[in-house]
Write a protein that binds this ligand. Structure first.
Ligand code: FES
Ligand SMILES: [Fe+2]
Length: 348
């Protein structure tokens, strides 16, 4: 594994990634969220457009999430100054008799806001690339729904590793998945720069009534986009497809909220979308107590000795993709330049 990475490099790089900060359905009035240590206010303008800005009012530092929306601006709860979504311009200072004298340089720090997959996304610095999108979804019609976001006391890389790790199924998910074969066949991992793919035939399960326990064999098709976006298409062939999208969003280096989206194709002959969401909630509930015990709370990237084996091929490829994201975001590798070679099992 590459040399240890300084914390500042990592945080600076992650500021260039898009992260979800809230479910769209949870955005009624203004809400405060924390992304990479920054307190942000998320709100909708009167026209319904999502907006993201610093939660800190530039006048005296009051928290804007307690304020109100007026048209396309958010009004501070302290002295009522109003700040426009988008460019952050100050549009009203109630204590000022003549509003035309508001200095033009009074500005609230704002960030881009996008709504996609039922989530509100933002990026704290110049985005390294566009919003992540699972291209596998393009070939089918999907019904999608967001699960309840999950706070987790680990970093985004640790949460991402857990989501796409297949060797933990027979241990952590014995109840939800039933019997899963312990030995992991050679993982056919493919990495291209910051993206990693793995197609994995799920070993036949005998789980009572589990969604994986179907007559048709299911292929798990993972597609990961570093730093932390993973789609998992569960392909049942003629039985249709399910998808589970996992997108941990960092509060800081050692804690995150896992946003997730479930979906089924129209021809999926398994449980309903809502039943799939309920099943996945139970799966996450099995993971979380284990995640909470991880020390360190984030992938150590070479600073702590670990042992890896062939079943960790995908994990090691992910770590390379993650480090490549960090290098590119910090301007050390030109964006678009791939790194040759695929990861070797057991290597670091
Ligand atoms: S602190 Fe926000 S208007 Fe004064
Ligand atoms: Fe799991």
């Amino acid at each position: 594994m590459a040399a240890a990475m300084a914390g500042g490099d990592l945080e600076r790089a992650l500021r260039r990634a898009w992260f979800p900060v809230l479910r769209a359905e949870d955005l009624g009035g203004p809400r405060m969220v924390t992304l990479l240590g920054e307190e942000l206010v998320v709100f909708r303008t009167a026209a319904g457009a999502p907006a993201v800005a610093s939660n800190r009012c530039p006048h005296r530092g009051a928290g804007l999430a307690l304020g109100e929306v007026h048209g396309d601006a958010i009004a501070c709860p302290y002295h009522g100054w109003q700040w426009r979504a988008g460019d952050g311009g100050c549009t009203r200072i109630p204590s000022l008799a003549d509003q035309s004298t508001i200095p033009r340089n009074f500005r609230l720090r704002t960030y881009p806001a996008e709504e996609r997959l039922g989530l509100i996304w933002t990026c704290l610095d110049e985005p390294l690339s566009g919003l992540p999108w699972p291209s596998e979804l393009d070939a089918d019609e999907w019904a999608l729904g967001c699960g309840e976001p999950i706070p987790a006391p680990v970093g985004i890389a640790a949460a991402t590793e857990n989501f796409r790790d297949v060797a933990h199924f027979p241990f952590v998910h014995r109840v939800s998945m039933g019997e899963v074969r312990e030995a992991v066949d050679r993982l056919d991992v493919r990495r291209d720069g910051t993206e990693v793919w793995l197609d994995w035939p799920f070993p036949a399960s005998s789980g009572a009534g589990s969604v994986w326990d179907r007559e048709a064999p299911v292929i798990f098709r993972y597609h990961l986009v570093a730093p932390s976006f993973v789609s998992l298409v569960m392909d049942y062939g003629a039985g249709g497809k399910r998808v589970l999208i996992n997108a941990p969003s960092p509060h800081d280096r050692e804690s995150c909220t896992i946003f997730w989206v479930e979906g089924v194709t129209a021809d999926f002959d398994g449980p309903s979308l809502q039943e799939c969401i309920d099943i996945t909630s139970r799966v996450y509930a099995e993971d979380n107590p284990i995640l909470a015990t991880l020390r360190p709370r984030e992938v150590p990237f070479g600073t702590t000795p670990e042992f890896s084996t062939a079943s960790d091929r995908y994990t090691l490829a992910y770590r390379r993709a993650f480090l490549e994201f960090v290098s590119r975001a910090n301007g050390e590798v030109p964006a678009g330049a791939g790194v040759a070679g695929s990861p070797a099992a057991g290597g670091g």
